[in-house]
Design a protein around this ligand. Structure first.
Ligand code: ZN
Length: 419
């Protein structure tokens, strides 16, 4: 792990939930001017910390999209608040990326950060600074500051900007203390949509459509649905009996706030069903390991990719069967309303992102959330993340010593962070 003989020591600092656009604006105000320009770091869908950091740090795949998840083998709901508030024992560690952290907030703060974010942020920054000063100076140091996510969720961008200004001051002191032998690398795990939020009435709607909610799936109940519910976030993962996926997706699409629903077609394709129409994402892997994607519009254009598609066709970048290399799609859509949609949405349904992927995975529109209603009594949500749109998908990555490309895929971040 220690590569300090061949490159400068690194201070890695992850700011939970700070979107690319807010970092660009902070730099326009003169903050973090010792860093090179930030690149757009594409956070995987659903845009949540555990999914993002396990991909960005090449760590083990989390069990579910959230702390409560559906176990496909046991066919039952697992996890929950007990897991969240209890002690950080190995069975509660969501992914091995946590083993890489030299500093993260003490466990009781994980909840408090959504109630008293300013206090937590100040305490967290002070503690990180103290720990960093006493850490061995011949190896990298990796700190994860979670206060920024809480600040954005319940206070909004202005209060985050105050926090960023204080962080800028701290990093200047640290840099003066360490000198240029230490490279600072700062990044975020996911972005955030800074809009007032409305709750999507998923359960009521599905009940009206004749579905029943269950904690486990019996093989026979084809109108039974399991819906793990936790944070107030921009996606929902649903589990149903085999063969019931398209019916469930069909029922979800007319509900206000739903952008689209994803479900499997076959071993190499997933369906996208939304208010703007239906499409299929096909994946093809060649013998040399190269991956290609195809966007097949069945009716309408749910991912708003028609213009990109015809441009690829005009430039003769599509094969006769309509495929283009994954890298071409990424390059053309890194700043699209759905960044890198084909690979991003396809992988969200695979075990390479979570151990127990959903049968139907729903992305909400910006301005909408779904979650556990008990949280709503405690927090007043002014921003959230989780969906596949640009604001939530665009994290940032920047360094004092290196210039990074305009965009970086989450799966490629590991080499830049730890290589
Ligand atoms: Zn969050």
């Amino acid at each position: 792990m220690n590569s300090s003989q061949t490159r400068p020591r690194r201070l890695l600092l992850c700011l939970d939930g700070v979107p690319y656009d807010l970092m660009i604006q902070a730099r326009e105000r003169g903050l973090f001017d010792k860093f090179h320009a930030p690149s757009r770091l594409l956070s995987p869908f659903p845009t949540m910390t555990n999914i993002a950091l396990s991909a960005m740090l090449g760590a083990s795949v989390p069990l579910g999209y959230e702390t409560i998840y559906f176990d496909r083998k046991a066919r039952a709901l697992r996890g929950g608040v007990g897991k969240y508030v209890g002690r950080r024992t190995p069975d509660k560690v969501p992914s091995t990326y946590m083993d890489q952290l030299d500093y993260q907030e003490p466990l009781p703060f994980e909840f408090l950060v959504y109630i008293a974010p300013e206090t937590i942020w100040r305490a967290d920054m002070r503690r990180f600074h103290e720990r960093f000063q006493t850490a061995p100076r011949d190896r990298d140091y990796f700190a994860f500051l979670k206060g920024t996510d809480g600040l954005l969720h319940i206070r909004g961008a202005e209060r985050l900007n105050v926090a960023l200004a204080s962080l800028d001051g701290l990093l200047r002191r640290i840099q003066a203390w360490c000198g240029s032998e230490t490279e600072m690398v700062m990044f975020s795990d996911h972005g955030m949509s800074l809009q007032p939020n409305m709750r999507v009435n998923l359960q009521e709607h599905l009940r009206r459509c004749g579905f029943q909610f269950a904690k486990s799936l019996s093989e026979v109940g084809d109108r039974q649905v399991v819906l793990p519910t936790f944070g107030l976030i921009g996606f929902a993962a649903l589990y149903c009996a085999r063969g019931g996926e398209s019916q469930l997706a069909e029922a979800l699409v007319p509900l206000e706030g739903i952008d689209f629903a994803l479900y499997h077609q076959d071993a190499s394709a997933i369906n996208v069903k939304g208010a703007r129409g239906s499409a299929r994402i096909h994946r093809l892997e060649h013998d040399d390991g190269s991956v290609h994607y195809r966007y097949e519009m069945l009716s309408g254009d749910p991912l708003q990719l028609a213009a990109v598609l015809s441009d690829l066709r005009r430039k003769e970048l599509l094969t006769t069967s309509g495929y283009a290399p994954a890298a071409i799609w990424s390059e053309r859509t890194a700043a699209h309303i759905y960044p890198d949609a084909l690979a991003n949405l396809y992988t969200s349904m695979m075990t390479t992102r979570v151990c127990h992927p959903a049968d139907v995975l729903v992305s909400l529109l910006d301005g909408y959330y779904y979650g556990w209603s008990a949280f709503e009594y405690v927090v007043n949500l002014v921003a959230t993340h989780g969906n596949a749109m640009r604001a939530s998908s665009s994290a940032f990555l920047m360094s004092t010593h290196r210039e990074f490309p305009a965009y970086v895929l989450a799966d490629n971040a590991h080499a830049l962070l730890r290589g």
